[in-house]
Design a protein around this ligand. Structure first.
Ligand SMILES: NC(=O)c1ccc[n+]([C@@H]2O[C@H](COP(=O)([O-])OP(=O)(O)OC[C@H]3O[C@@H](n4cnc5c(N)ncnc54)[C@H](O)[C@@H]3O)[C@@H](O)[C@H]2O)c1
Length: 252
């Protein structure tokens, strides 16, 4: 990628959950497009892979609001400002309402819904000071559809759409755009973990594949292409919106 063709040249970007899967592919693409990127991820084991891409890495838990506020402040200072923040950290939890404990629900919400809120809350004053930017929340096809057993996951991902809309309303005048990037089933460690220990993993995988109109899982780089659009100035008239990159999952 030459500097002239780089679509994120000079952009200063934070990515939570950038140590794996979709967010890792986002970091890789953003760096290839000329951005300076800082990753915050719970898993310190991801540090080497992330820094090898040329990004900064901090081990931080998005469920810890104070730690996230400190991380955002430190990284914004190190990068010299903030243009884009991707709130992507998340994990799967499959339990029906009668199986799910209140403690499990609370922790899942603290990561999946409160996590993006505290991340954006910390970033907004810096972005506003700098004249604006782009906030991107990792939603899901399950921001628009239910799925058996995904009680807290579906609730949190639907909630993110509401959060994106109200932030878009409140901060448009400050030049801050806020959108959700909503992948369909994508081949990452998150989805592979759900195949472990089930009676018929091949059958379950085939069902997920046939749940999309395109008959396959998405690739992380295909989701990163959507993130690139929302992060770049090419999406300058897009806010309060949801970009579905789901292989047609939600079309039926
Ligand atoms: N894979 C899919 O099919 C799919 C579909 C739709 C949406 N998503 C969403 O995309 C995002 C990325 O998912 P993925 O499939 O790449 O998963 P993944 O498990 O490969 O990566 C998730 C990353 O988030 C980090 N993380 C988890 N909890 C954290 C916390 N509390 N604080 C900081 N970091 C934390 C993990 O360490 C990991 O590096 C998630 O928000 C997920 O809900 C995934």
């Amino acid at each position: 990628m030459t500097a002239a063709s780089a679509r994120l040249s000079g952009k200063r970007i934070l990515v939570t959950g950038g140590g794996s899967g979709i967010n890792f592919a986002i970091v890789e693409r953003f760096i290839a497009e000329g951005a300076s990127v800082s990753v915050g991820d719970l898993n310190p084991g991801a540090a080497d892979a992330v820094t090898a891409l040329g990004a900064r890495f901090t081990s931080v838990d998005v469920a810890d609001a104070d730690a996230i506020a400190g991380w955002v402040a430190t990284e914004a200072a190190a990068l010299g400002g903030l243009d884009v923040v991707v709130a992507g950290a998340g994990y799967e939890l499959v339990a029906t309402a009668t199986e799910l404990t209140v403690e499990q629900w609370d922790h899942h919400m603290a990561v999946m819904l409160r996590g993006p809120f505290v991340t954006f809350k910390a970033a907004l004053p810096v972005m506003i000071e700098g004249g604006g930017g782009s906030l991107i929340a990792l939603g899901s096809n399950l921001s628009f559809a239910g799925l058996t057993g995904f009680t807290s996951y579906v609730a949190a991902k639907h909630g993110l759409i509401g959060l994106v809309r109200v932030l878009a309303i409140d901060y448009a005048a400050h030049g801050v755009r806020v959108n959700a990037l909503c992948p369909g089933p994508t081949d990452t460690p998150l989805i592979r973990r759900q195949l472990v220990g089930v009676p018929d993993p091949d059958g379950l995988l085939a069902r997920w594949e046939s749940d999309t109109l395109l008959g396959r899982l998405g690739r992380p780089d295909e989701i990163a292409a959507g993130a690139l659009f929302l992060a770049s100035d090419e999406s300058s008239f897009v806010t309060g919106s949801s970009l579905l990159v789901d292989g047609g999952y939600t079309a039926r």
